[in-house]
Write a protein that binds this ligand. Structure first.
Ligand code: R2B
Ligand code: URA
Length: 310
């Protein structure tokens, strides 16, 4: 934890642990509102107690594709494909489980993601899942910085939209800054399961910038509003990011890794670059190519899961 806030020592210590809130753990019923499940409505231990890996992604459609097309053939056993159905509500996001792996969506951006992170962590707590085995992986898309479209990036450390390492959170009007990083051994294991992609140069590790906006927050000039910055100023900023070691830009890595670092659970982010932002703001790649690239993180994580789920 950085010392950039005004919390006194006792309050700061609460952020370092114990990790689970004494409020929800002692409530007679806990409502996982956005997942559409409660401790009373579902037998969470029976349904989710054996979970080993939680895979999260922005899109509900992608979460379903991952569950049906990638997880079911490997972990579905004798179950029918039709039996892969979402749990709870699908109004805000979708959650599927195949074998010991959850595939779920979290929407776009740090704020939406944080809601689902709190609720899925509580879900795992109520389910009595083994947190020493649990891993959380975000699979996504991103804009590359100095890497071509199609490159899969494994985040080592995220920076925010000001290129500062870590994540800034506000509670009760107080800003707290939190250092955050991916789990090193998890990254090594994912890379080791995807040697061919690594050797081809299609898979690499680096810093990821997370922003609260797809357009001006990522320095795009093709949004609806007239930006204050020129094309040259945009490129100078992206070059500065690149020199710092940033290889891609997305919208969730800071909150995602902050959350799991605070909880003390292994987590990482894997996202394919859909374009190189040093070359432009929009891509002109055929839809079929974007679809194939979009599935690369799903395939890479499936390769890892094949070797690491009991
Ligand atoms: C990548 O893609 C989405 C924006 O198009 C956002 O969720 C992200 O991080
Ligand atoms: N997702 C982002 O956040 N940015 C991009 O440029 C592409 C996908």
């Amino acid at each position: 934890m950085d010392k950039e806030d005004n919390l006194d020592r006792a309050k700061r210590a609460r952020l370092d642990g114990p990790h689970f809130s004494d409020v929800f753990t002692t409530s007679p019923t806990d409502n996982l509102y956005h997942l559409g499940m409660t401790t009373a409505s579902h037998d969470l231990v029976q349904l989710f107690g054996d979970t080993e890996v939680v895979c999260m992604m922005g899109s509900a459609v992608r979460a379903e594709v991952f569950a049906k097309k990638h997880l079911h053939p490997v972990f579905g056993g004798k179950s029918e494909l039709d039996s892969v159905k979402p749990f709870g509500t699908t109004e805000r996001g979708s959650l599927f489980k195949v074998g010991k792996v959850i595939s779920m969506s979290h929407g776009m951006g740090n704020p939406s993601t944080l809601i689902f992170l709190h609720e899925v962590a509580k879900l795992m707590y109520h389910a009595k899942a083994d947190f020493s085995k649990l891993r959380f992986i975000r699979l996504g898309t991103s804009g590359g910085v100095g890497v071509p479209g199609g490159t899969v990036v494994l985040t080592d450390q995220p920076v925010d939209a000001e290129l500062k390492f870590g994540y800034e959170h506000v509670s009760l009007g107080v800003k707290t800054r939190h250092s955050c990083h991916s789990d090193h051994s998890l990254n090594e294991a994912i890379l080791a399961s995807n040697k061919e992609m690594v050797e081809k140069g299609h898979f690499r590790q680096g810093h990821t910038m997370a922003t609260d906006d797809y357009y001006e927050g990522q320095g795009r000039r093709d949004g609806a509003l007239q930006p204050w910055y020129s094309e040259q100023e945009k490129l100078a900023f992206l070059q500065k990011a690149s020199k710092l070691g940033v290889v891609n830009i997305e919208m969730e890595s800071c909150a995602f890794l902050y959350f799991f670092n605070r909880l003390g659970v292994r987590a990482t982010i894997i996202a394919v670059a859909l374009l190189d932002r040093l070359q432009g703001d929009q891509h002109d790649v055929p839809t079929a190519t974007i679809k194939e690239w979009g599935e690369r993180p799903l395939k890479a994580v499936t390769n890892y899961l094949k070797t690491s789920v009991s």
